[in-house]
Design a protein around this ligand. Structure first.
Ligand code: URP
Ligand code: ZN
Ligand code: ZN
Length: 461
């Protein structure tokens, strides 16, 4: 089965060139001068469109247990929504509950995802119980294609690890070459601020932001970097939101360290003003780290340009406003933490191109190529080149759309970007050569997506 994508501008990290792309079965077999091949079984006309490697969202939470409930997207609904938005790979988090093993956790996550995903998927492992058994199991996880481990400096009593536990896990990461991913917020100090706010009767959603100041993200980020330095472990700061944290990452990178970071669209486009929306509306925007003051946004865009922020992921963790966010009415600390976004990352970052914040090449790099290399998937994913999986998006840069819960495909009853006017729209999506989204609608299905066994990070020095 041969598919020819003709007449488009093929994008990579270096920008765009006019070229045709030939796909044979699941793989790209040629990228040629325009017109070199005339026909194929299927011909897709991409004239005037971008042809780019499918997006890789390296940070999602489908069906994630949190605060007595589960994130609203299943692996089926979440990966279907991702495909609609031009994302063809997700890396989701298996979550070790305290007292359980990493391997039983991994089995559980395979049960949830296998046969249910519309696009390819991999796993990171959340380590919340560091002990001799867990440390040994980290080696087995790496062998099973799960080569990155998220730890938390926040959420004492739930996911939190002490500095000593982090140090032990980092030593194991150094030994195995695995990546430590860090949720860097000082949870001990935050819990104190939360208790004080509640004692004072300050219970609104905006208090979530006030009790998690950016200084405590900066402090935790610096501490994580110091611990990684002592052990030699590679470190990836997840969902970086604050200028202070970015400075710490930039300094480490200037020193040549294996320190990396991602940010998320919500930190580029939304702010604490959204958390402060009247009534209980702000609950829609409760995620951790919290949305920051607008002044942080310019720093984050700069970080994306300078590669101090190398990846944009969504931290997609949707909870319905009705029923789920409701759990925290009258007590902001009980609002499930997380926001929806897996469907909109490619579009929102394309706005960065339209606004002149980042180049076309950087859009592709931060949303596809770098996550592939960061998490051991390149060149199978993250590039349009002979031999690569034919995960391809045809994107119309001139189309206009308005984001809304009325039209999105995520299983959540609100959009964090309701009413956002977007220039550009996904037209067609191929996942391993199969058209899963076309102008006629969704043509994919649960079970098409395969588990991706990942190698180690490809940036380590
Ligand atoms: O608020 C968030 N970010 N929820 C998802 C869990 C996490 O910390 O990434
Ligand atoms: Zn986190
Ligand atoms: Zn997350």
């Amino acid at each position: 089965m041969r598919t020819l994508i003709k007449g488009g501008t093929v994008l990579s990290t270096t920008g765009g060139v006019l070229a045709d792309v030939l796909v044979t079965d699941e793989r790209v077999t040629a990228v040629t001068e325009p017109g070199e091949f005339e026909t194929a079984d299927t011909v897709l006309d991409a004239t005037g469109k971008y042809v780019l490697p499918g997006g890789i969202d390296a940070h999602t939470h489908m069906e994630m247990p949190f605060g007595g409930t589960f994130s609203a997207d299943t692996f089926e609904t979440g990966t279907t929504a991702a495909a609609w938005g031009g994302t063809t790979t997700i890396i989701d988090f298996a979550v070790q509950a305290k007292g359980t093993s990493l391997l039983s956790t991994l089995d559980k996550w395979h049960e949830k995802a296998d046969g249910n995903c519309a696009i390819d998927y991999g796993f990171h492992m959340i380590v919340s119980d560091v002990n001799d058994g867990t440390l040994k199991e980290m080696e087995t996880c790496v062998g099973a294609g799960v080569s990155s481990f998220k730890m938390f400096m926040a959420y004492p009593g739930v996911f939190y690890s002490t500095d000593g536990e982090i140090l032990r896990a980092m030593r194991k990461a150094t030994e195995t070459g695995a990546m430590i991913m860090m949720h860097a917020e000082n949870g001990i100090a935050i819990d104190e601020l939360v208790a004080q706010a509640l004692a004072d009767g300050r219970t609104d959603p905006v208090q979530h932001g006030y009790t998690r100041p950016s200084a405590l993200e900066g402090e935790a980020t610096s501490r994580a970097i110091a611990l990684a330095g002592v052990t030699g472990a590679p470190l990836y700061i997840v969902h970086l939101s604050a200028a202070e944290a970015l400075s710490a990452v930039a300094e480490a990178r200037d020193d040549g360290r294996n320190v990396f970071a991602e940010t998320c669209p919500q930190y580029l486009y939304l702010s604490i003003e959204d958390l402060a929306r009247p009534g209980f509306e702000g609950a829609k925007y409760v995620a951790s780290p919290p949305l920051r003051e607008k002044r942080h946004q310019a720093d984050l865009w700069r970080g994306l340009r300078t590669n101090d922020l190398s990846v944009v992921s969504t931290d997609h963790c949707p909870f319905c406003f009705k029923d789920q966010k409701e759990l925290g009415r009258g007590d902001f600390s009980k609002i499930p933490n997380g926001m929806p976004g897996v469907e909109h990352r490619m579009d929102l970052l394309h706005q960065g191109v339209v606004a002149g914040e980042i180049s076309l090449g950087r859009w592709v790099e931060a949303c596809s190529t770098t996550p592939a290399r960061m998490f051991g998937l390149y060149p199978r994913k993250g590039v349009i080149a002979p031999g690569s999986d034919a995960d391809i998006v045809i994107y119309d840069p001139a189309a206009r759309q308005t984001l809304s819960a009325e039209t999105h495909h995520m299983a959540v009853d609100y959009s964090a970007y309701e009413g956002f006017e977007i220039t550009g729209k996904v037209e067609t999506v191929l996942s391993r050569g199969k058209v899963v989204v076309s102008p006629d609608g969704f043509a994919g299905g649960a079970g098409h997506g395969n588990f991706l066994s990942r190698d180690l990070c490809q940036y380590l020095n």
